[in-house]
Ligand binder design. Structure first.
Ligand SMILES: Cc1cc2nc3c(=O)[nH]c(=O)nc-3n(C[C@H](O)[C@H](O)[C@H](O)COP(=O)(O)OP(=O)(O)OC[C@H]3O[C@@H](n4cnc5c(N)ncnc54)[C@H](O)[C@@H]3O)c2cc1C
Ligand code: SF4
Length: 328
């Protein structure tokens, strides 16, 4: 690990001022950043600890929820309103990492955690465009079991690792940020980038922009939501495929559907094609299957991950079938 300075920010203004210095990184729970520093993948000159900021969860004026960026993952998953009104989010968080890590990890840090592509962490010889732009990508012709089947590029085939982010994508969350140019909000679906020619840039955030909060819009009382993660082991493993869904059905007709996939793309993948096919139509198993197949039609598997196409298709059908219950 290379030497660095450490400062604990007392408030958002101080964090933003310190964060504007080049080669500065914000420190949440450190469960990803410190690993990256230990491997010398990340080499910030200065860490600004933001764990003392914005750690509250409050109902918003519009009936949704405002979640401070420094709220711990465990606290969010255990929050009464999250468990009852947003079960998709509670389930996604509890499907990730271990209890110890969830106790340390913050909402802001979870959203900005970096890919788990093993070549990205291997500084001893692997080529990786995300770590060293222009160096190449050893995953494309290498071991690609965990890699992307949708939205990848010739520069990078990594997947986004977060479970929580898949739920936030399905919930149409809004990200509140503050930087040297002031405050702004970013729709969650616009936050993470596809790799394109610049896989080293994960999000649309400007350097030094601080995530201050995540806002969840209100859901109709009749909407049901869930998250299912398929992985190699029953715990402590990243998703091969995951599905977050919000479904609202009236008289057998789907009035609202939000569907997002994890483990398949460089960002949480909002399944807009499937949603468009299903919205306004019948909540039947056949309709779920047709929509899932259409969503995966553009999939481009690599050598080792062709299994993700049928796996994602079946997982979508299973999650929607569970949510629809006896209406499917
Ligand atoms: C063994 C292991 C298993 C795991 N398994 C899973 C899993 O199955 N599913 C899953 O989803 N995750 C998993 N994780 C990842 C874990 O969830 C993340 O490491 C964690 O959520 C990151 O949160 P943090 O607060 O520790 O972030 P940090 O490590 O502190 O920071 C991560 C990034 O976010 C930036 N950052 C932090 N806070 C802010 C802010 N407020 N504004 C702007 N930037 C900020 C940092 O600068 C850094 O770039 C696993 C991690 C480990 C170590
Ligand atoms: S897939 Fe992306 S992160 Fe992995 S080696 Fe290739 S460029 Fe690096």
């Amino acid at each position: 690990m290379t030497p660095f300075d450490y400062t604990r920010a007392g408030d958002v203004a101080e964090a933003v001022r310190l964060g504007a210095t080049p080669a500065t990184a914000f420190l949440g729970g450190g469960t990803n950043l410190v690993d990256l520093m230990r491997e010398t993948v990340a080499r910030p000159d200065r860490l600004v600890d933001v764990t003392g900021l914005s750690g509250t969860i409050a109902e918003s004026a519009s009936g949704g929820l405002m979640i401070g960026a420094s709220v711990k993952n465990t606290a969010l998953a255990e929050h009464r309103v999250v468990r009852t009104r947003y079960p998709v989010l509670a389930r996604a968080i509890l499907a990730g990492a271990s209890a110890q890590i969830r106790n340390m990890a913050t909402v802001g840090g979870n959203v900005l955690q970096r890919t788990r592509c093993t070549y990205f962490y291997d500084t001893d010889g692997s080529r990786c465009n995300k770590r060293s732009p222009g160096s190449g990508c050893d995953a494309i012709d290498g071991f690609s079991r965990g890699h992307a089947i949708l939205g990848a590029s010739a520069a990078c085939v990594a997947t986004h690792p977060s479970d929580m982010c898949v739920a936030l994508a399905a919930l149409d969350a809004v990200v509140h940020v503050e930087g040297a140019s002031g405050k702004r909000t970013v729709p969650f679906g616009d936050l993470h980038r596809l790799p394109g020619d610049h896989p080293e840039i994960d999000t649309v955030l400007e350097p030094g922009e601080l995530i201050t909060a995540i806002e969840l819009p209100a859901l109709p009382d009749s909407a049901r939501s869930s998250y299912r993660k398929v992985r190699d082991r029953s715990s402590y493993a990243f998703a091969l495929v995951s599905v977050a869904a919000v479904l609202d059905i009236h008289d057998g007709v789907i009035t609202d559907i939000r569907l997002a996939l994890g483990g398949v793309a460089h960002r949480p993948w909002r399944a807009r094609t499937a949603e468009a096919l299903l919205r306004g139509g019948p909540a039947t198993a056949q309709a779920f299957r047709d929509a899932a197949i259409a969503e995966l039609a553009d999939a481009r598997p690599l050598r080792d991950n062709g299994f993700k196409v049928p796996l994602a298709t079946r997982t979508i059908v299973a999650v929607l079938g569970d949510l629809a219950g006896d209406q499917a």
